[in-house]
Design a protein around this ligand. Sequence first.
Ligand SMILES: [Zn+2]
Length: 421
Amino acid sequence: MRCRLCDSDRLVSVLDLGATPPCEKFLTAAELDLPEPTYPLHLRLCEDCLLLQIPALITPEETFTEYAYFSSFSDSWVGHAKLFVERSIERLELNSDCFIVEVASNDGYLLQHAVSAGIPCLGIEPSVNVGAAARDRGVPTITAFLDQELARAVREEHGPANLLVANNVYAHIPDLVGFTASLRTLLAEDGWLSIEVHHALNLVTLGQFDTIYHEHFQYYTVLSAQRALATAGLTVVDVELLGTHGGSLRIWARPEAVAEPGERVAQVLALEAAAGLHEVSGYLDLRPRAETVRQELLRFLLEAKASGRRVVGYGAPGKGNTLLNYCGIRPDLLEYTVDRNPYKHGRFTPGTRIPVHPPERIDADRPDVVLVLPWNLEAEITAQLRHVTGWGGEIVYPLPTLHHATLDDAAASELAGRHTK
Ligand SMILES: [Zn+2]
């Protein structure tokens, strides 16, 4: 096994989550009687370049041809994208002569705001069903994976991108060096590349182990992202810390010749160094943190079961499936979960086979406890579930440590969320 960034063979084990099915492979009722393949989920760290990574056992082609994740199902995510587009237009002085490209543009949740601002744009999205939803809302979208050939063809036909957006995709690429070169090909000589990825600082220090799944091949600090981007002559010039996905990085990079790194780059690097993440030992606390989450959650669910209380889930995100599989939670402990995405209704969670219903099911059933799986949306979801407390129901979040939501907490974290966006 070798590091996909620097080709070193010095990979050290950080956290072994066992073997699980792909986290978005929800099962139909008929599939419950078929074999369900599992793949090892073992996080390792390269001792030479400090890139956190898992082996690429499932190709993006297998994952993303028909994908269940539609970004527009999250209100806060669409709002986040709108604000990003508005601020980018202002900061980079974008106008109708410019060109915005988004890689992994999903259902057009972001580029729809470029369309309404009158700025030419193009989405590149591999999932057939998700890309079709983008075209339906008027966002020009190619169904494809980005590679050098496609990057050259897009540049030839439309010109280079003044703003190139790669949100929540830079972790999903097994050919990291080739993909980075394709980004460089698409980008104008004075262009801006904006990348959003989960920050490994939060993954490690807050024990967010459920953000590890087969589709996420690598997990970045600013340090390792700098090293990856440098392979294609791109320099990190600015870094923003975002509240999304439990703490993300927005990395701004530009071609070396025009790059002038701002002071926020050094500030975030200093935060990472202070947390011990510029050396191997800082990563080794993740395993005991994950074990604690598992033990606390299981103890809570077993006690609820013993006292005859009904526990159901809210949300069926990919991260939820890492959590459920690692903890070994099945329908005896979590009767069902609900999700706003109709694609998942009537299906079952991969591996743990917990039924997924529409959210209205909770109102009809009035369970004693609602365990929220997308804990990264705590403020938004607590607000949506406020009425559960009306019948005496509890709202519980598993991370960073098991805790109950309260209405006061919801208001407070909503405020905190606004500050970070
Ligand atoms: Zn390496």
